[in-house]
Ligand binder design. Structure first.
Ligand code: PLP
Length: 392
């Protein structure tokens, strides 16, 4: 008999990974228990010693609500398994610590979220793990900067906040040849628009706080990939106590059921908003991978199936003038974070990249006029009218 065809993404969003119980509830219930009981010591030992699957203790992730959400996440990214975390930063930290020991090196390509930059640049050096930072335009130097101690090549694509596109297949080819793992932060694209594992990446990380959660009402993270790579990360998660709470896993599964619909709608609205911005006289440059003349467009068109809901643009004015324009917006709330149903706006120098030194910001072209938009689910015409009154 022919194997069942792989269900489409929307179907996996709704049905993937669910574990129904005998009460007839139509999706996975919330088991917010911290611990689970056994009929006998032998049955407990079977789970503790890995002979049987079972629920044991929530900090270990051995909780049915968490496991069901992890299965759904793994299916959406096309990975063997997934590990849920209390935040995106927790997922990153556990991954770096699982594969890098004192003396090891990470190569980070392109702009990354300010917190990631701080973790790699400030915290990990305290335990002897160094990071070599390449600009997005320097991917051709990857082979040259990698050493025999480089364990991980890490990047976001599109990057935060300039929307640079890193060629996943190219990074994979170079990193694999040198024996390093490729870890991609897929937060901006979401599994709806990009599948790094299919392009050869080893692990995918998300801040689930963003598109996966989608309603700005939960904080979480996830790492997805092959089982053998998840095992060491699992141990770090357990012993650092970075587990996602069952209540959050339940809320996240609720959100994932609408992920495809939300993100596809946001793709379309962001395209319309980006075209408006590109044509506006007060906008020096609009950064959106879907714009045909955006520098990363051609690579984005090969590795993304949609261009996402994130846009940044350079306003023709200094920090104060840019803030004045941002302050006039009505539908875009001034806030850090992204990926929710409501549109958000931020000047990266005031939030995500506030902690990055002025010199490093200048080197990366993150200037005072840079504005980042997270396009929500409002009507495109309303968002464009709002931007028009603020920029005009
Ligand atoms: N990765 C990206 C691209 C982000 O934008 C963020 C947060 O803004 C993170 C990771 C960290 O995620 P969290 O805030 O859930 O720890």
């Amino acid at each position: 008999m022919a194997a069942d065809p792989r269900p489409s993404l929307s179907t996996l969003c709704v049905h993937g990974g669910e574990q129904l119980d005998a009460q007839g509830g139509i999706h996975t219930p919330l088991y917010n228990h911290s611990t689970f009981g056994f009929p006998s010591t032998a049955a407990l030992l079977d789970v503790v010693e890995g002979r049987a699957e079972g629920n044991l203790y929530t900090r270990y992730g051995l909780n049915p609500t968490i496991k069901a959400t992890e299965r759904k996440l793994a299916l959406l990214e096309g990975g063997e398994g997934a590990l849920a975390f209390s935040s995106g930063m927790a997922a990153e930290a556990a991954t770096f610590l699982a594969f890098c020991k004192t003396g090891d090196n990470i190569v980070c390509i392109g702009d990354v979220y300010g917190g990631t930059f701080e973790l790699l640049g400030d915290n990990l050096p305290d335990v002897g793990i160094t990071t070599t930072f390449l600009l997005g335009s320097e991917i051709n130097r990857l082979a040259e900067v990698m050493t025999d101690r480089t364990r991980i090549v890490f990047f976001e694509t599109p990057t935060n906040p300039q929307m640079e596109i890193i060629n996943i297949a190219e990074a994979v080819q170079v990193a694999k040849a040198a024996g390093a793992l490729v870890v991609v932060d897929n937060t901006f694209a979401s599994p709806v628009n990009q599948s790094p594992l299919e392009l050869g990446a080893d692990l995918v990380i998300h801040s689930a706080t963003k598109y996966l959660g989608g309603h700005s009402d939960l904080t979480g993270g996830v790492v997805i990939g092959r089982g053998e790579l998840l095992t060491p990360i699992w141990t770090w998660r357990k012993n650092l106590g970075q587990m996602m709470a069952p209540e959050v896993a339940f809320l996240l599964a609720r959100s994932l059921r609408t992920l495809a619909v939300r993100v596809r709608h946001q793709n379309a609205t962001a395209m319309a908003v980006a075209k408006f911005l590109q044509a506006h006289p007060k906008v020096k440059r609009a950064n959106y991978p879907g714009l045909p003349d955006f520098p990363g467009h051609n690579v984005a068109a090969t590795q993304m199936s949609g261009f996402g809901g994130m846009i940044s643009f350079v306003y023709d004015g200094d920090a104060a003038a840019t803030a004045a324009a941002v302050d006039k917006l009505k539908y875009f709330t001034i806030a850090a974070s992204l990926g929710g149903v409501e549109s958000l706006v931020t000047q990266p120098i005031t939030t995500t990249h506030h902690g990055v030194t002025p010199e490093e910001r200048a080197r990366r072209g993150i200037g005072d006029g840079l504005v980042r938009l997270s396009v929500g689910l409002e009507d495109a015409e309303d968002l464009i009218a709002d931007l028009k009154q603020a920029l005009d």
